[in-house]
Design a binder for this molecule. Structure first.
Ligand code: NAP
Ligand code: GDD
Length: 338
């Protein structure tokens, strides 16, 4: 029998890789897309036509409980990946209400639709390392206390607890993936890694503008998204639902990402000054990078390092892509597009 899965957030980064993975595995893939005036379909447009044509599209919004009730009642999929979210941490400080509406309300709607209309559907919920906010210990695993530091993180904490509570109260297969940062060549352009790789590619092609960034000292555990969706799928194949941390265990600063990205196009960056006065300068004295307060957040959440021992033991998830390779993949991909 063909396994049916619904992916919410199919037009985002993870939706792209998960769609590919599930189609490769022979799944019948359904995706939820919210309508927009230009009828653009995000990363779905990047799939080869023969793959895209296989995806069953359902137009709807996560904040619409009736839509989700009808969808679950009609499709009764074996698996549902709840990836849809307002996922940009910076934006959540400016727009906390809409972030809560989608990330809390939308996740509650999904959980209720499963409980009421499709109890055998297994749910994966996209929780996040942002739950740790200001980590109380390093590295972080499933037992590390949460300390959210943004409206986004608070909303994901509510989603996390909704999933856990429904799992225990109603005996449903609902799993939380506490995923650390994962990036790729289809990452949204406002996230710092893609902002850097796109800029470096344009620079190589002659753009002389200066790259403006916020906190260069932010330290993140960055992995490759393609490998992280494999981890999501593996969690869904276990006998029991649970909560799992996924991350590489390797940590780098934003500054290191910039240095590595420029190295990829043969430029050495020398860092001068501190704080808002810091600049990244080329060997010939050209200013490549400058700091702008515009990209600082009211609170920073960093110093992450994942301890994925539980997932590695239980699911045999074993990411191979390391930092330098990730940066290379992103810059090389953008060089072909810029
Ligand atoms: P993303 O690229 O920002 O994609 C988010 C998706 O959610 C998009 O498809 C978006 O649709 C959809 N969406 C937003 N609001 C919606 C609504 N009201 N109704 C229906 N769909 C809606 O995010 P991602 O990087 O793929 O991440 C996937 C999930 O994992 C997110 O929940 C994110 O918070 C979480 N997460 C990500 C990371 C990471 O490092 N990437 C780490 C931990 C957790 P549009 O195209 O219409 O905007
Ligand atoms: N976006 C952005 N732009 N971030 C910058 C900039 C800049 O110009 N300069 C420095 N940063 C720093 C941010 O302050 C943050 O510490 C870090 O770079 C990464 O920022 P983002 O790429 O925006 O990602 P994020 O870590 O805040 O959130 C992503 O990862 C989370 C997992 O920990 C998102 O994908 C979330 O949805 C996800 O939960």
């Amino acid at each position: 029998m063909t396994t049916k899965a619904i992916i919410t957030g199919i037009t985002g980064q993870d939706g792209y890789f998960l769609t590919r993975l599930l189609l490769e595995k022979g799944y019948e893939v359904h995706g939820v897309i919210r309508r927009n005036s230009s009828m653009s379909v995000g990363t779905l447009a990047l799939l080869e036509p023969k793959l895209r044509e296989q995806v069953h599209i359902h137009y709807g919004d996560l904040t619409d409980a009736n839509f989700l009730d009808d969808l679950l009642g009609a499709e009764k999929p074996q698996e549902l990946y709840q990836l849809a979210a307002q996922s940009f941490v910076g934006y959540s400080f400016q727009n906390p209400s809409s972030t809560y509406d989608v990330n809390i309300g939308g996740t509650l709607n999904v959980a209720n639709a499963i409980k009421d209309y499709s109890r055998n559907t297994r749910l994966y919920f996209a929780a996040t390392s942002e739950l740790f906010g200001q980590p109380k210990e390093t590295p972080q695993n499933e037992n590390t206390p949460f300390y959210p530091r943004s409206p986004y993180a608070i909303s994901k904490l509510a989603g996390f607890w909704t999933v856990k509570t429904y799992r225990e109260a109603y005996k449903l297969f609902m799993t939380n993936g506490i995923l650390f940062n994962h990036e790729s060549e289809v990452r949204g352009p406002e996230f710092v890694t893609r902002k850097i790789s796109l800029h470096v590619a344009r620079h190589k092609h002659g753009d002389t503008s200066v790259l403006e960034l916020g906190n260069l000292d932010a330290r993140k555990d960055w992995g490759y998204a393609k490998e992280f969706v494999e981890g999501m799928w593996k969690m869904m194949q276990l006998d029991e639902p649970d909560d799992f941390v996924l991350g590489t265990g390797e940590v780098h600063t934003v500054r290191e990402f910039v240095t590595e990205a420029f190295r990829e196009i043969g430029k050495v960056v020398h860092w001068k000054g501190t704080g808002l006065d810091e600049t990244g300068i080329s060997e010939s004295g050209e200013v490549l990078v400058r700091v702008s307060p515009k990209f600082y957040r009211p609170l920073e959440s960093d110093n992450y390092r994942a301890d994925s021992t539980k997932a590695r033991l239980r699911t045999h998830w074993d990411p191979q892509v390391r930092f330098a390779q990730l940066v290379k993949t992103m810059v090389q991909s953008d060089l072909t597009k810029a």
